[in-house]
Design a protein around this ligand. Structure first.
Ligand code: CA
Length: 178
């Protein structure tokens, strides 16, 4: 019993020492750590409704069947070093309320993503992904394509990260539905 506790205590101390040494490297600046030199970069982010780019523009309500979010990532260690790409959204809801959330874009060659592992990430809201309901395409509620989309400002922020914990530059696109 006592021996087990001692082992756990030592493991904890070792873990703390490892964290401290990493922090020291980061502070020295010599290792490059948190600098932009090793971080992934969002080269391009687009929002398309039925193939038409709509980012940073004003569009009519009910413009199409789906909203496709696409991000092209680059990384000094290659596209395979990128671990995740997210889109955080803040879109009009009922009344003064805004709906907020996050989805993961994927690079798996499925759905709207044409080729796996090429650094092009995608997410489709609506269309065949969302299915049909009462004759209308149903999405996840944050796309700006639908006849049921609320009017107002749709804000989409894209972010990515790599396997070493570096984060990319954020890219924000706004779409206004009238
Ligand atoms: Ca891809």
């Amino acid at each position: 019993m006592k021996g087990l506790m001692n082992r756990n205590h030592k493991a904890g101390m070792f873990g703390l020492a490892a964290v401290m040494s990493v922090a020291t490297l980061g502070c020295s600046g010599a290792a490059g750590g948190l600098g932009t030199a090793e971080a992934p970069m969002i080269v391009e982010a687009t929002i398309r409704i039925d193939g038409v780019p709509v980012q940073n523009s004003t569009i009519p309500k009910g413009m199409g069947n789906s909203t496709v979010f696409h991000v092209r990532m680059d990384d000094p260690q290659g596209a395979g070093n990128v671990e995740w790409v997210q889109m955080h959204y803040s879109v009009p809801g009922q009344g003064m309320h805004r709906d907020q959330g996050m989805v993961q874009l994927h690079d798996d060659g499925q759905g709207c993503d044409e080729m796996p592992g090429d650094g092009h990430y995608c997410y489709e809201d609506g269309g065949t992904h969302g299915g049909m309901h009462d004759g209308h395409h149903q999405g996840d509620g944050f796309g700006c394509h639908g006849s049921g989309s609320m009017t107002g400002e749709y804000r989409y922020e894209f972010r990515g990260g790599d396997r070493e914990g570096h984060e990319s530059n954020p890219v924000v696109h706004v779409v206004r539905v009238e």
